[in-house]
Write a protein that binds this ligand. Structure first.
Ligand SMILES: [Zn+2]
Length: 297
């Protein structure tokens, strides 16, 4: 099992969720052991993807510093993780990743076009050895030992359309594409109205989110999966855990998890040196345990 980058540079243009302006994003290969790195072309500054560089998790996962940041990275990172990509340069000419349709599918299509390339260095795997858990009231997120990679998410909203949803996802790249990647982000109309009044979510629309009022879904096309909300929470969790910078071997469990709790979980895990080990896996490891991308022809 070796590290991966992409074979060729690819790019797309999309609207940023918060400013509502077009953002150009270009993906370029990077050499082994580089990790995932953002480059703000307009500021000539690099930001390395790692938990320590997270500066905000209120509405999206944001990395960087106060004056040079990249917002809403989680859907892109979820796709990048699922394709088993370890080394990648992400060039942006503004401070947010394009929102596209609010899911990860556009990024998957872009990675299909770029194709992955195996590199010389062995892939590193973060193997969970004991449970690490972060709780906030009745909410929690946790990582537990598991021979593979699994996500078990439960959400509970007092809303007639959402209510309680639970989804268990045994990670594979193919499973991600079929069951998770198309699940869109969601928000409530009163939140959207508040954000707009604060000059945020200016690019938000029914084209890039499921929007609900007090009773129903406002999108005329309805849902893509009947439990699209909880599937999107798993999409977010994969993206947020990818900041650990390695393939993960373990089971993630969450009740009402959030970007904030996911971020605290990565920090707590890295602090708990006895809770994990980093291993370099033999070639067949990813296929056997489904923790990184399965090799596709
Ligand atoms: Zn999301």
């Amino acid at each position: 099992m070796r590290q991966r980058t992409i074979k060729k540079a690819v790019e797309l243009v999309g609207i940023g969720l918060h400013k509502g302006v077009p953002v150009k994003m270009r993906l370029e290969p990077l050499e082994s052991n580089s990790g995932i790195r953002f480059y703000r072309r307009d500021k000539n500054r690099y930001i390395q993807l790692c938990p320590q560089n997270v500066i905000d998790t209120k509405m999206a996962t944001v990395i960087g510093e106060k004056d040079v940041l990249v917002s809403t990275i989680e859907h892109l990172m979820s796709a990048v993780y699922s394709y088993g990509i370890d080394n990648l340069l992400i060039v942006l000419d503004n401070d947010e990743v394009p929102i596209m349709d609010g899911s990860a599918i556009a990024f998957c299509m872009l990675l299909n076009e770029a194709q992955t390339l195996e590199q010389e260095a062995p892939k590193r795997i973060l193997k969970i050895k004991r449970e690490v858990k972060v709780t906030q009231g009745e909410k929690f997120v946790a990582l537990k030992p598991y021979e593979g990679l699994q996500f078990d998410f439960t959400i509970q909203f007092s809303h007639p359309v959402i209510g309680k949803e639970k989804f268990n996802f045994e990670f594979t790249k193919e499973g991600f594409l079929q069951e998770i990647a198309r699940a869109r982000t969601f928000g409530f109309l009163h939140e959207v109205q508040y954000l707009r009044s604060q000059g945020l979510a200016l690019g938000g629309s029914l084209e890039n989110a499921i929007v609900l009022d007090d009773k129903k879904i406002l999108n005329p096309e309805g849902l893509r999966y009947e439990d699209e909300f909880v599937r999107h929470k798993i999409l977010d969790a994969i993206g947020d855990l990818s900041l650990l910078g390695m393939a993960i071997m373990g089971r993630y469990e969450a009740f009402a998890g959030s970007h904030h709790l996911n971020h605290l979980l990565t920090l707590e895990l890295l602090k708990s040196k006895d809770a994990f080990e980093v291993i370099e896996a033999p070639a067949q490891y990813s296929q056997r345990f489904n923790i990184g991308a399965i090799k596709t022809a």
